[in-house]
Every structure is written in C-alpha cells, then in structure tokens.
Design a protein around this ligand. Structure first.
Ligand code: ZN
Length: 150
C-alpha cells in the first residue's frame, strides 16, 4: 500500500512495508512423500513447482484459501534446507512477508539492527526478489522479505 501525503505543496511518499504474510516455508526431505501428504491435508494439488538454482532447492507451492504454502526440498547436500533438516528435522523453515520496496525495507531493518543473511536482494521462486533475516537477530525465526519483481 502506498499513500501520497501532500504537505505545503511537497509530496511525501509513505510506504507501509510489511504488507502481509506472503507464504510460509516448510522444509521437507522428499517431495513425493510430502506432496502426497500436504495434498491430502489441504485437499488441493500444488499449483507450481520451481527449482531455485541460487538456493539449491526445489520449491512446491500450494494455494490454501487466501494463503500460500511453500515446500522446500534440498537439491544438494550443501543446500541450506539440507543443513536445516540435519539440525532440526523437517518442519516450518521460514515466514515470508510481502514488501513494497525490498531495498528500502532492508535499509530500514539494517538500521534497526537486524542482520541479513544476504546483503543484497536476490532472485527467488515465483517471480520474487528475496532477502533473509538471520534468525539470531529475529528471535529464532527465519524471516524472508519478498517483493514482486516489477
Ligand atoms: Zn520462501
């Protein structure tokens, strides 16, 4: 959402930056088993599967009512997902928030003391620019910011 505020003939743009939860990411060991499981749970089939080379993952997306769920399967043993599962097992991996302007939001959050895993936004699945906040600076929760590529 973007609101233009006009004060004394100057225009200020105010951005409301964390718009909504964009999706929840779940780390899985095996796509075949988990797609079967979540298809039963959600009572829908995934609408999309996409390999993200930069992250060494396969992503599988489900639309559940207004919400999007992302399953993440490692495509290489040095993928962050493989390491996550090794340490913590399968389960909720991250919460992703939709943002209006990922560069501005990263700047704001860095100034607030949050630590980013990647210094610059990068290409994620589903036509997004993404950046991750390190869980050690966000109460143990891995946060993904994502902005629709324009
Ligand atoms: Zn994600």
């Amino acid at each position: 959402m973007r609101i233009n505020v006009i004060t004394y003939f100057r225009i200020y743009e105010i951005y409301f930056m964390l718009n909504k939860i964009e999706h929840i990411g779940i780390a899985i060991k095996d796509a075949k088993t988990s797609v079967e499981l979540f298809s039963k749970l959600f009572n829908v089939q995934p609408y999309k599967t996409e390999r993200v080379e930069s992250e060494n993952v396969n992503t599988i997306f489900f639309q559940v009512g207004p919400n999007k769920m992302e399953l993440l399967e490692a495509t290489s043993p040095d993928s962050a997902i493989a390491k996550f599962i090794e340490k913590k097992g399968e389960g909720i991996h991250h919460i992703a928030y939709d943002v209006e302007d990922i560069y501005a939001e990263m700047k704001r959050l860095k100034a607030e003391g949050f630590i980013f895993i990647n210094e610059e936004p990068k290409a994620g699945a589903d036509n997004k620019l993404i950046a991750f906040i390190h869980p050690k600076s966000s109460n143990g929760v891995l946060i993904e910011l994502c902005q629709e590529k324009k």
